[in-house]
Write a protein that binds this ligand. Sequence first.
Ligand SMILES: Cc1cc2nc3c(=O)[nH]c(=O)nc-3n(C[C@H](O)[C@H](O)[C@H](O)COP(=O)(O)OP(=O)(O)OC[C@H]3O[C@@H](n4cnc5c(N)ncnc54)[C@H](O)[C@@H]3O)c2cc1C
Length: 492
Amino acid sequence: MNSTHIVIIGSGLGGLASGVLLASEGFRVTILEKNKAPGGCLRSDTQNGFRFNFGAEIITAPFLFDQLFEKAGRNRKDYFEFQPFDPVFQAIFPGGRRFAFFNDPAMTSQMNGLFSPADQASFLTYCEENDKVFNEIFFDTYASPLSAAPLFPWGKRFPGWNNAELANRLEGEEIRRLFNCWPLLAGGNPKESSNLDRVIPAIFNRWGAWIPVGGMKTLVDALVSLFLESGGEIFYETEVQELQIFNRRVSGVRLSDGSIQHADIVLSNADVLTTSLNLIDSDQTRYADTERAKKLEPGTSVFVYHLGLNCILEEKLSLAGNNFIFPEKYEGFLTELFEYKQLSADPFFLLRVPSKNDPYASPPGCQSLSVVAPVPNLSGKIEWAQASFRFRNRILDLIQPYFLTDLRTHMIFETFMDPHQLEEKNGSYLGAAFSIRPGNYHRPISRFPHRSGDIRNLYYVGAGTHPGPFVPGVLLGVNLAVKAIKEDFSSE
Ligand SMILES: Cc1cc2nc3c(=O)[nH]c(=O)nc-3n(C[C@H](O)[C@H](O)[C@H](O)COP(=O)(O)OP(=O)(O)OC[C@H]3O[C@@H](n4cnc5c(N)ncnc54)[C@H](O)[C@@H]3O)c2cc1C
């Protein structure tokens, strides 16, 4: 075993996956997790027999997990299986008009009555062109390291940065709105974000949408097992309060109980903004990383609402497993969210019906629903102590019309997570659900590199680092973070 000791702060996807690779390389690796359970945004819970995901629901590019297990000398299929999730989503527009997006573009084109024959052709062209853009972005940009030196080192025009133009070529206004909305799901404003966050449909078309059989907990448990089998150790309810830094070199971490854990390398999977603004220097004056973080903005937060019912609901309008609900005044909603940082009475939200894809998500004869709504982060003036319950009521009013069954009468369980809980539970800066707000047209890359700019032996991994959030983004970043550590420590 390599005697170099690496402490990883946090057991989110980035922490666990990096831990697996680094322990497999022979490093001594310790993960410190502040919560009782691993997973971060992949966390799920079962209460009263209802299984809920607090974050990720759908996985794409499952081959990235296969590669991770292979690098640790294992076969992913010996740990868990994926099952397909199709359609990936259904968009529902005011008046009940619907659009279902399938993994196969031809199927999407065939199944949607909203299309005229000309629109169908333009949709297929859009998918092909988006795929080309995605190809350049994924392999040239997403999977390549980002330099730590200048803040925004991008001189050349981004490949495909303007592919909003592609979506704008779609004929119908609602379809254009739909295929431009992706930055909203990553904490950014669709009206200004760059198109690095718009290529998601191409990822689904290429690699499909999947869920782990047995729920997200199965996947997280598999990662923890793989990490332990690779020789790593993990401690729960162990919160890092501060990094120990001397002469611009990290030497360990101080825990919330005051004890010091020494380390040769610290890899932070805690939100990169929280790490650089609160953990490395609470005065926020001494380091370039802190300066960098101060210039970046946290993205929006989310309100996550889970609801368990004692019956199977009768639907007025056929729902899919994952439904994007567009409000009548979508533009107004964006203004309220991004300019006024207010809660909208008529928000865009995701309505998830887990039982559509997973019969074991609820007890027999029961059903659950989940809502994920983008809301302002804690830089807004919302008093969540009062607002959460009012917003929960509004959500119930908004989803009731999709069912013939009265939701409030049949509700036997409910729980929600607002930005304060996200901040407290996950350590997300100002409760931002996807860390740094996606870059705009002029600064398409806004996320952190993996190697600290000016603190030796400090590295970052996770949603706020290059290339960004979501399961594939974080796993690509893991490869880059581990590569940087190996480059720096191969000769020591
Ligand atoms: C509501 C929601 C829905 C989503 N849906 C999807 C989806 O369907 N598909 C998809 O691909 N992605 C989805 N995502 C995004 C995806 O889940 C995340 O991008 C990804 O899981 C983030 O992983 P991470 O490595 O950044 O770690 P995180 O999940 O942020 O975990 C960080 C870990 O660090 C720990 N930590 C923080 N501070 C400290 C400290 N001081 N000391 C010790 N431990 C600490 C935290 O407790 C946590 O366990 C969703 C996210 C959200 C919020």
